[in-house]
Design a protein around this ligand. Structure first.
Ligand code: ZN
Length: 188
């Protein structure tokens, strides 16, 4: 059933076939999903995790590569340490909101029609300016990990968003490295 999300994630439409014909309905949505790292939920680095490697692989395989490819951010979250959980709260939501709104404004000013980076066309992705180091980082990963064309473009869109958050005019090494980090399925 999860795989049924692939087309709407890509096209923003859902197609329903009926005797009367094929209906296409608008279906733009934001997918937010979470899963445990392994069947027991503790994660392999926890000494109490008794999951066998094959079971972990099977479990993680429920999210297919094709579907993961269509998700912009894949972030592995480790359990916070005792100091972190008892420590000072992080940045306030209001401060984060301000930063996100400023980044959205930059995107809309660049792309027009109230669009954000996720809606960039392939041609607009190609027009994104990458400095030579950022371009080399992406090219290296593209060939080493055999990224799909889709994953390549999603990485550029994400790096452009990281750049918009800091107000950078072009995608540099820092922005590209962060984008690549935010698309890793494995824990770091
Ligand atoms: Zn486990």
């Amino acid at each position: 059933m999860l795989e049924a999300l692939r087309a709407p994630l890509e096209t923003g439409e859902v197609s329903i076939a009926r005797v009367s014909g094929l209906r296409r309905l608008p279906c733009r949505f934001m997918l937010v999903a979470a899963s445990n790292p392994c069947p027991c939920g503790r994660g392999e680095e926890d000494p109490d995790c008794t999951c066998l490697a094959a079971a972990v692989q099977r479990y993680q395989g429920k999210l297919s590569g094709a579907l993961a490819d269509r998700i912009d951010l894949l972030v592995a979250v480790s359990q916070p340490s005792a100091e972190e959980i008892g420590g000072a709260p992080g940045e306030s939501s209001a401060a984060v909101r301000e930063r996100v709104c400023a980044a959205r404004e930059r995107q809309e000013a660049r792309l027009g029609d109230g669009r954000c980076n996720a809606e960039m066309t392939t041609a607009e992705v190609r027009e994104c300016e990458l400095d030579p180091v950022a371009a080399a980082l992406l090219a290296d990963l593209y060939s080493r990990r055999r990224l799909s064309g889709r994953a390549h473009d999603r990485t550029v869109r994400l790096a452009r968003t990281v750049a918009d958050l800091s107000g950078a005019t072009r995608i540099g090494e820092v922005e590209m490295a962060q984008a690549l980090q935010l698309r890793r399925r494995d824990r770091v």
